[in-house]
Design a protein around this ligand. Structure first.
Ligand SMILES: *Cc1c(COP(=O)(O)O)cnc(C)c1O
Length: 376
């Protein structure tokens, strides 16, 4: 729940950076169409506003996980082409048709339900087919390809697109990428002439071999790191500043936070910040004396979290800031120029994706950056 007073901090989402990121990726994938993955509330940035901004930047193909997300994109961008990657939810075919959503069919059950609906209405409603080339999540098994082809040939039906998903694309040298690429090629030969899509952000950055006719970037649009161990070329989209509520002096030997798991090894100055795990600041960013935790930036310098992150408060050691003591209300940067979503993810033992999709805290959302966009 955002505070309506605006006193709880500011999440700022830069739509200009989002648009620039899409265009930059579209350049890299020149020759293929560049879609936009806007599942999970557009990685926490707001599916309605983000979809409009991406459409204004040039995106025409949108990928969501669920039909509800598809409906949100349909409302935001009436002319969008929308793929629902989790497939056809049982009993939902009429809704997909009404909303003009394309299910990414990934099992024989889904295929049969969709084909039955097409026959019932005597219309070849569009869909995509997802083949599992090694991730063992959703997808037809490769040995089902023959059955699927015979089934649709008998009816004169053809999908709009063939899809698969890479398990290890964030590690470009992982041998599994080549294996999946080869297996996807073998699927494509069984469905001649159907456009294909394999690459997420990391696949897109791994070279042309992975592009085919459509790429499906998500995390890179939102400024997150796609490839492990490489410099992230994308522009940051999200910044989050939250207020310092109190600054206090504490003595050597005193402990900080629940569990008393951090004791001060020197007289220290502490800033108590209005932010906690209920705001998406993971409890795994807590610090003990033997294990460092997360960081926040104050006046452009990084300071360590000490003690446990609690629901509504986090404590940072600002002793090194010196004598110019912050006043209550001064902002602390949780995400921004000094701390990326990936820095915060690394410190928390997770990934930038989870940091972004956890941006549901008690702060205001503020969209900045592109005066040309239609209003939200
Ligand atoms: C989430 C997802 C994507 C986008 O992945 P990123 O790593 O965020 O670029 C693409 N395809 C599928 C099937 C997905 O589930």
């Amino acid at each position: 729940m955002a505070l309506t007073s605006g006193l709880g901090g500011q999440l700022s989402i830069d739509l200009g950076a989002l648009a620039r990121n899409w265009r930059a990726l579209d350049k890299v994938s020149a020759g293929a169409l560049t879609g936009a993955v806007v599942k999970a509330d557009a990685y926490g940035t707001g599916i309605t506003v983000a979809s409009k901004a991406l459409h204004a930047a040039g995106a025409r193909f949108f990928f969501v996980a669920t039909p509800d997300e598809g409906m949100a994109v349909r409302a935001a961008v009436p002319e969008a082409h929308i793929f629902v990657m989790n497939g056809l939810y049982p009993g939902a075919a009429n809704l997909y048709i009404r909303q003009n959503l394309m299910p990414v069919l990934c099992s024989v059950e889904m295929l049969e339900e969709w084909l039955a609906k097409c026959l019932e209405r005597n219309e070849a409603y569009p869909s995509a087919f997802h083949f599992d080339t090694g991730i063992n999540r959703l997808g037809f098994r490769l040995n089902e390809a023959g059955f699927v082809r015979e089934r649709i040939e008998a009816l004169g039906y053809a999908p709009q697109m063939l899809m698969s998903h890479l398990a290890c694309a964030d590690q470009p040298n992982h041998e599994k990428n080549r294996t999946q690429l080869a297996l996807f090629g073998s699927v494509m030969t069984q469905f001649q002439g159907i456009p294909a899509s394999l690459a997420n952000s990391a696949g897109l950055m791994s070279g042309r071999d992975y592009h085919f006719q459509m790429v499906r970037p998500g995390i890179s649009l939102y400024g997150g790191r796609a490839l492990v161990g490489r410099k992230n070329p994308m522009a940051a989209v999200v910044t989050l500043h939250v207020p310092i509520l109190q600054v206090k002096e504490a003595r050597t030997g005193e402990t900080v936070g629940y569990g008393a798991g951090y004791s001060l090894s020197r007289d220290s100055r502490l800033a108590i910040i209005s932010h906690g795990y209920a705001d998406g600041f993971f409890r795994s960013l807590s610090a003990t004396n033997s294990r460092p935790g997360g960081k926040v930036a104050i006046r452009g310098k990084l300071f360590p979290v000490i003690g446990r992150v609690s629901m509504d408060q986090v404590v940072v050691d600002i002793t090194e800031l010196g004598p110019d003591i912050p006043k209550p209300g001064e902002g602390a940067e949780v995400l921004g120029a000094n701390i990326s979503v990936d820095d915060q993810g690394d410190a928390a033992g997770t990934i930038g994706y989870e940091v972004l999709t956890s941006l549901k805290g008690r702060y205001n959302r503020n969209y900045v950056g592109d005066g040309n966009l239609p209003p939200a």
